[in-house]
Write a protein that binds this ligand. Structure first.
Ligand code: F6R
Length: 608
């Protein structure tokens, strides 16, 4: 995810900006840049790659020298990682800005601006805002910002310099975070506290549609009408490490809380006119409607995301989907035919088995589609088609937000393919897509709703030696992920079972007090699942049911119930995943484990 910084003060601005950006490196980035007022002229330096690459370029070409400026680390969403797509972006002769977030209506705005004679050098949505801001600038920065914000849609935080105002730095935000730091004789803007903590612990939290003006005399705030605002000064009592975790005790918890944003950032750029549009990823409706057989090949959590994909794609698109563990696929002579689609899902894009499976599939004549989080990774580079998930860097070994965005892409694919094949109407496609967009807010709501109950139930799990996750259909696919999450970080043994399969053997494991987590969000299968729950309950199991907030569950069936908001049935895994992640997280915390770095595991598995 992009990072923004800005500085006004007596220190060497370039040095402060680069050092502040280094503290945002944990957010992940693929290019970086700064803009500094040097002798009243704005000088920009930007480069693809790491901050060291930017520093090298500046050392070669001259470091911008001044006391007021903005800086940015970019995690590419619109346009490839490149120097020209890097921020800061200029708009006309007046405006230079950096941006974090996404401008949803940038295509329409770009067309309008082109009609007005504006030309663009980059592929970014950010340059559109810079041009628009410049178009709206008549000498009054607040007015220009207000006019611009009245037409842009999306989430964004902006740091803005106006060429004729060399002593001023402006910032504004909507949804994307931004703070304004203050110290004696200097001030800062930043996406996150770690960027400024070396310089100050005092900061203001900029709220939606508030404008900050930073000058050498101090900072002031106003609304979009120019009315001044008094804000409460906050003091960060974090050390550097805590600051990088955003105040959360572990990266895993932080990443669970980042899921709503990750989903929004991943799906919004792939929706146009209310329906999925994956053409930017070289996936045309024609290509999708021609597919007769799909393989989804991945490892671990990514493979579980593929299981969700299987259920949804088969149901909506009537195309057979085989989900394969990459390490099995590559050695079992898969029966791939020319023209089959092989989908490789990978957070890191470097998993050795997944990469080898993809190479094998290509060799056998399949078309390959990679769904990858890490930009520029091997799987991303070698696939025929590519959909990047925009989860930002995932640091905790246990995958949470990467899984969530992987399944969000499974839905996008399924909806677009079903529509391309004429199996759902345009109206139905719009309805499903809008429900998918709505999951971002609902995930946020779910976290707030279920976290306290998960903490309590996790206590029960910590005493268990073994437990089962059960479910049917999509709930079974999700149970697999719930079980893996618990195993890998709490070290409690668990298995996921198709609820209807228990009586064929596994039910003999049930003993008095053994926890069973039953996922029961699929209304059409609820009665069947309840019957299976009764079977384990009758044998002494302690049952926790995860269901929607309208499901009728009688008291004698469950020992505890965790309810998540009811949404479209096929999308329920996106909400039900949250309590499963939090149960695993709190079980691990309560057992005193190293949550972010579980034993024997590595984040990126680049060996067979
Ligand atoms: C579990 C987890 C792993 C990964 C697996 C594949 O929480 O993260 O199971 O999902 O190692 O990794 P990627 O997605 O990087 O290919």
């Amino acid at each position: 995810m992009c990072g923004i910084v800005g500085y006004v003060g007596a220190k060497d601005c370039s040095e402060v900006l680069v050092s502040a950006l280094r503290k945002l490196e944990y957010r992940g980035y693929d290019s970086a840049g700064i803009a500094v007022f040097e002798n009243d002229k704005i000088r920009i330096a930007k480069e693809k790659g790491r901050l060291d690459d930017l520093q090298k370029r500046m050392d070669a070409e001259g470091v911008p020298c001044g006391h007021i400026g903005v800086g940015h680390t970019r995690w590419a969403t619109h346009g490839v990682p490149s120097a020209v797509n890097s921020h800061p972006h200029r708009g006309g002769k007046n405006v230079t800005l950096v941006h974090n977030g996404i401008i949803e209506n940038y295509k329409e705005l770009k067309e309008t601006l082109k009609d007005l004679g504006r030309t663009f050098v980059s592929e970014t949505d950010t340059e559109v805002v810079a041009q628009l801001m410049d178009f709206n600038y008549m000498g009054d920065p607040v007015q220009a910002i207000a006019r611009t914000l009245s037409v842009v849609e999306g989430s964004f935080a902006l740091g803005i310099l106006f060429a004729d105002r060399p002593g001023e730095l402006y910032a504004v935000r909507r949804e994307s975070p931004l703070i304004v730091g203050v110290a004696e004789g200097e001030s800062f803007i930043a996406s996150d506290v770690p960027a400024i903590i070396k310089y100050t612990t005092q900061y203001y939290l900029l709220e939606h549609d508030e404008i900050a003006k930073l000058t050498f005399d101090g900072v002031s705030f106003c609304d979009l009408e120019g009315n001044s605002i008094e804000k409460e000064l906050k003091v960060a009592d974090w050390d550097q490490e805590a600051a990088e975790k955003g105040g959360y005790e572990h990266y895993m918890l932080k990443e669970i809380h980042e899921q709503p944003t990750a989903v929004k950032t991943t799906i919004t750029p792939r929706i146009s006119d209310g329906v999925p549009n994956l053409e930017e990823c070289s996936i045309t409706p024609e290509r999708l409607s021609d597919i007769n057989q799909i393989y989804i090949v991945a490892c671990g959590t990514a493979m579980h995301a593929g299981m969700i994909g299987k259920y949804v794609i088969e149901k909506l698109c009537k195309v057979p989907v085989i989900v394969d563990i990459a390490s099995e696929f590559r050695y079992r002579d898969p029966l791939i035919k020319e023209g089959d689609l092989v989908v490789i899902i990978s957070q890191s894009g470097e998993t050795a088995d997944s990469l080898a499976a993809m190479r094998l599939a290509k060799k056998m004549g399949a078309q390959t589609l990679a769904i990858v989080n890490a930009k520029g990774s091997s799987i991303a580079r070698e696939a025929d088609m590519l959909i990047y998930t925009h989860a930002g860097p995932e640091i905790a070994v246990a995958s949470t937000k990467a899984y969530m965005v992987q399944i969000s892409v499974m839905y996008l694919l399924a909806f677009e393919m079903a529509y391309s094949k004429g199996l759902i109407s345009e109206e139905e496609c719009r309805r499903l897509t809008s429900e998918l967009v709505g999951t971002s807010d609902k995930i946020e709501m779910t976290i707030g709703l279920v976290e306290p109950a998960c903490k309590v139930f996790a206590q029960e799990l910590t005493e268990a030696e073994n437990l089962l996750y059960i479910g049917r259909g999509l709930d079974y696919a999700l149970s697999m992920e719930g079980s893996l999450k618990l195993k890998e970080i709490s070290y409690i043994h668990s298995e996921a079972y198709a609820a209807g399969e228990l009586k064929h053997g596994t039910i003999s494991l049930i003993t008095e007090g053994m926890p069973v987590i039953a996922v029961a969000t699929q209304n059409s299968l609820l009665d069947k699942t309840i019957s299976n729950i009764k079977e384990v309950k009758a044998r002494g199991a302690k049952v926790l049911i995860v269901c929607d907030d309208e499901a009728q569950i009688s008291d004698d069936v469950a020992d505890a119930v965790i309810r998540v908001p009811k949404i479209e049935e096929c999308l329920m895994p996106m909400l039900a995943a949250v309590p499963l992640q939090l149960l695993a997280y709190y079980a691990s915390v309560l057992r005193g484990n190293d949550v972010d770095k579980p034993r024997n595991l590595a984040k990126s598995v680049t060996v067979e």
